[in-house]
Each structure stands twice: as structure tokens, then as C-alpha cells.
Design a protein. Structure first.
Length: 178
């Protein structure tokens, strides 16, 4: 079975349990923290991947690292260790976040701009583009990119909306060359 299918199964099981318990928001935040810690700590990743360390030692490391998370998240991590799926933790978190967003009508968006966006600009972008992707609103991550020259570039899932000056110049160049 492919890794994405495995991650989807674990994430779906966790999603169904926490949705019944009405803990969707808090568990999503906890999984974001788990993912961030794993991304920012290559040593922790190396420990979890180490074949020399027993599953019990790996579980103890995770229990100490994530002592404040809910039992649902901790138990999911323990099951992943038991089944030798420690490399799937981040993917399970990603799939869970995607499921939670779908349930609430939210989409994650990356907005590239030449300067940081104001709250009003974020709200206007969310309102304008959420309907285009069939969502109620967007959770916007603003990334400052001085190569754009002006305007914005918005990425929602696999869709890219390029309203940047750099993008317009590139399209004009392609049109002139063809």
C-alpha cells in the first residue's frame, strides 16, 4: 500500500474520532505543532528513524517531546511507532489538516507579495478567492517575494492565480515570442 494511502487511513480514523468529540480545532492545532517540531528538528527525525532504538524508546522520546498534546494525538503517534510508520507522522498531520479544512469550508492559501499584507487585504483576498475554489474562507500565509515587482501571486492547493507584474511580463514575453 502506498504511503499516502496509509497516511490517509490514520488521518481519517483520527479525524472521525475527534469530530465526534468536537475537538477538531484543538487537535488540528496540536498536529500543526507536531509537524512544525518535526520539520524544525532534524535530530528528532533521526532518532525516530534510527533502527538501533527500540519502539519503546521512540515512544518515550515522543511522550516527552509532546507531553502537552491530547491523548488522541499521542495515541496516534504511538500507533504509528508500533507499526513502524514513524516516517508517516508529517503526512498524517497534512491529511488530517486537509480533512479538517474541508469539513469547515476552509482552504489554506499562500499569498506571495512584495510587502506584508494588511488584515484588510487578507480579508479581501479571502472573500474574493474563497468562492473560486468552493470554500467559505481562506487561511492565508503571506510570503514576501521581492522578485514579483508588484501585485500578488496566490496558491491554493494546486491552483495558482498570478496577478503579479512579473507574471504579466512573462506572459507578454511568451505571447510576443510565439
Amino acid at each position: 500500500m502506498s504511503n499516502s494511502m496509509v497516511a490517509k487511513r490514520y488521518a481519517l480514523a483520527l479525524f472521525q474520532i475527534v469530530k465526534e468529540q468536537q475537538l477538531l480545532e484543538s487537535v488540528e492545532q496540536e498536529l500543526r505543532v507536531v509537524k512544525e517540531v518535526l520539520n524544525s528538528s532534524p535530530d528528532l527525525k533521526a532518532v525516530l528513524k534510527s533502527p538501533k532504538l527500540s519502539n519503546e524508546n521512540k515512544k518515550e522520546v515522543l511522550k516527552n517531546a509532546f507531553a502537552s498534546v491530547s491523548t488522541y494525538v499521542l495515541n496516534t503517534l504511538m500507533i504509528l511507532i508500533d507499526r513502524h510508520r514513524e516516517d508517516q507522522i508529517e503526512e498524517v498531520a497534512d491529511v488530517f489538516i486537509e480533512l479538517a479544512n474541508d469539513a469547515r469550508g476552509i482552504a489554506d492559501a499562500k499569498v506571495y507579495s512584495v510587502r506584508p499584507l494588511t488584515d484588510e487585504e487578507r480579508a479581501a483576498l479571502s472573500q474574493a478567492f474563497a468562492a473560486k475554489v468552493g470554500k467559505q474562507w481562506l487561511r492565508i500565509e503571506n510570503i514576501v517575494d521581492t522578485n514579483l515587482l508588484g501585485g500578488i501571486k496566490l496558491r491554493i492547493g494546486n491552483s495558482i492565480f498570478d496577478g503579479s507584474l512579473r507574471g504579466k511580463l512573462d506572459r507578454l514575453e511568451r505571447k510576443l515570442l510565439s
